[in-house]
Structure formats: C-alpha cells, structure tokens
Design a protein around this ligand. Structure first.
Ligand code: GH3
Ligand code: MG
Length: 300
C-alpha cells in the first residue's frame, strides 16, 4: 500500500469483544478500524463513516448478520460497500446464503490472520478500483465537474423526490456566447482554459446541494433544489454578471442562460430540459449575455 493514499476504513461487526480484538489486531496497522457490536450499530456506522469494507458476524442478538447485510444492500448509500461474513458457521448452506444476499466473501472462525488479511486486502483493493472507475465515469476530465452521464443517471431520482416532498426544483442551462469565435481567434488551448475557469466559478457559486455538470462542449446544466424559478433567476443573474467580469485568460467572455422550474406539466426531465433550452434559445436570439425564463403552462 502506498503512503499517499489515505488509509481505507474497515468496520468490524461482532457481538464478542474478544473476536473484535483479534481481528482489529490483524488489521489496525494497515487500516483505519471501526467497530460495532450489533447489526443496528453496524447500519448506523455504515451510513455515518462509509467504510470501504465491512466484516460482519452472522449470529448476533437483535438484527442478525444476514438481516443487516440485506439492509445494507437495500440502501443506496451503503449498497456498494463490500461485506465479508466472518462466522463460526461452517456449513455450505450458510455460505451460499451469505453470498446470495450480497456478501463478497465468507470467512470461518477461528480467525486465521493470514487469510483474514489477504481477503480484506483483495476486496479493499477491488473497492478502491471500482470507486476510481466510477469517479472517472461520472466526471468531466477537463473541468472536474460532473458529466452528462452522471446528470442523466441521478436526475430521475431527484425529480421524483422533489415531487414527493413538494419542493421546488429548478434547472439552468448556461451556454458560452460565441465560443466558436473565441476558439478560432485564440486557439483551442485558450478555449480549454476558459472552460476550466468558468466551470470553477459556477462550482464556487453553487451550494453543495446543487449539481453542476458539464453537459456538452460549452454548455453547463445546474440543478438546484430547493429553488423556485424566482430564486433560480436571481442566481443565474449573479453568475452571468460574475462571468462577464471574470476575464478568463484575459478574454471577455459572456454566457446566456435558460431557466425552468420543474412543474406538474413536465412528465420527465426532458420536458423541463426542453423548456430551459427554448428559453436559452430566446436569450441567444435576443442578443446573448442575458437570462430568459420558461414559464410552465399551469395544469388544471
Ligand atoms: P452561441 O453564442 O450561439 O452559443 O455560439 P457558439 O459559438 O458558442 O456555439 P457553437 O455551438 O456554434 O460552437 C460551440 C463551440 O464550442 C464549437 C466547439 O469547437 C467549442 N467547443 C466544444 N467543446 C470544446 C472544448 O472542450 N474545448 C474547446 N476549446 N472548445 C470546445
Ligand atoms: Mg455557445
């Protein structure tokens, strides 16, 4: 393991403190070790600490290891954490059951340090590689923002949640003005630097709950919740103004913005996107460097 990476976290769950001690002694030099003595505590800690791996006893008072594993696999926040069962039960049926409900591995007690170490190392390495791939797949390389793929993956869930809780949700499309001309005049490398600087500004101006994505070449989508059309308009104008004064790479850059609030008349994300895009088109047609709003038709 290299020193540059932060230590991975392993959560050990066992109702017997002496078992925990044995496993912790094997792992604590190379891992950040957290411990829990019940299924419920495991669920709480998994949500709070997002460990890279969970070692889970099966027989515990209260929620069993099997049930705990099922609950971990049911929650989107904990679904991807690998679980290894560590148990005194050494029959095939139990092992099959453990693997069927989503565990990646199954180790029997008594603990053999070399085996525990090797299995934990393997699954933590796989988890790290998976996280890295996911990170690459969901982000734009140039700007570091989320990409189109990420937006399309998460947006339906966000829209249903907003509808369920009746919270206002708004979308901005931010598009650089005459960017082709800027590229033609100053070159593609300067164009790239401008994209990076504008992205950084958009990201800084948004709250952590907002999702800023590079949706296309010089087009950014910002999903904001809770945020009404009025609030979105205000934020869009602040950002538009700041970009017009940013002078990235010493060049005057402006953006046009289309804004829409998710409404009952939108059946899906594409409907809202289309309305925001139409508003953007009007902002371009009206002379650029401005924000236009889409007012949804009221459904009666
Ligand atoms: P408008 O004001 O109507 O939006 O005009 P525009 O020139 O910005 O729009 P158009 O769609 O005609 O051109 C977009 C340009 O953005 C063309 C493309 O070369 C450039 N572009 C897209 N992605 C990148 C990129 O990653 N880097 C650079 N440097 N340029 C890019
Ligand atoms: Mg453009």
């Amino acid at each position: 393991m290299t020193n540059e990476l932060p230590l991975s976290t392993v959560l050990i769950v066992d109702d017997s403190p002496s078992n925990i001690r044995v496993m912790a002694a094997v792992l604590q030099e190379r891992y950040r070790v957290k411990t829990a003595t019940s299924g419920q505590q495991c669920l709480d800690m998994a949500l709070r600490h997002k460990p890279d791996l969970i070692l889970l006893d099966i027989e515990m008072p209260g929620i069993s290891g099997y049930e705990t594993c099922r609950e971990l696999k049911d929650m989107s926040e904990t679904r991807d954490i690998p679980v290894i069962f560590v148990t005194g039960r050494d029959n095939i049926e139990d092992e099959e059951m453990g693997l069927r409900i989503g565990a990646v591995d199954y180790i029997t007690k008594p603990i053999r340090p070399v085996i525990l170490s090797a299995r934990v190392d393997t699954h933590v390495t796989l988890k790290r590689q998976q996280d890295r791939l996911l990170q690459l797949a969901m982000h734009d390389q140039l700007t570091g923002l989320y990409n189109r793929h990420y937006m399309l993956e998460m947006v339906d869930q966000r829209l249903s949640r907003a509808r369920r809780h009746n919270t206002p949700l708004s979308l901005l499309i931010v598009d650089l003005d005459h960017f082709k001309q800027i590229n033609d005049t100053h070159g593609h490398i300067v164009g790239d630097q401008i994209l990076e600087q504008v992205s950084a500004l958009l990201n800084q101006q948004c709250r952590t709950e907002d999702t800023v994505t590079r949706f296309g070449g010089e087009e950014f989508l910002i999903l904001m919740e809770p945020c009404s059309l009025n609030q979105a308009h205000y934020k869009a104008e602040v950002m538009r103004h700041q970009i017009s004064e940013l002078m990235p790479s010493g060049i005057e850059v402006t953006v046009s913005i289309g804004a829409a609030e998710f409404s009952d008349s939108d059946t899906n994300f594409n409907d809202m996107l289309k309305r925001a895009d139409d508003a953007l088109y009007r902002a371009k047609a009206n002379g650029r460097n401005q924000t236009e709003l889409s007012h949804a038709t009221v459904v009666v």
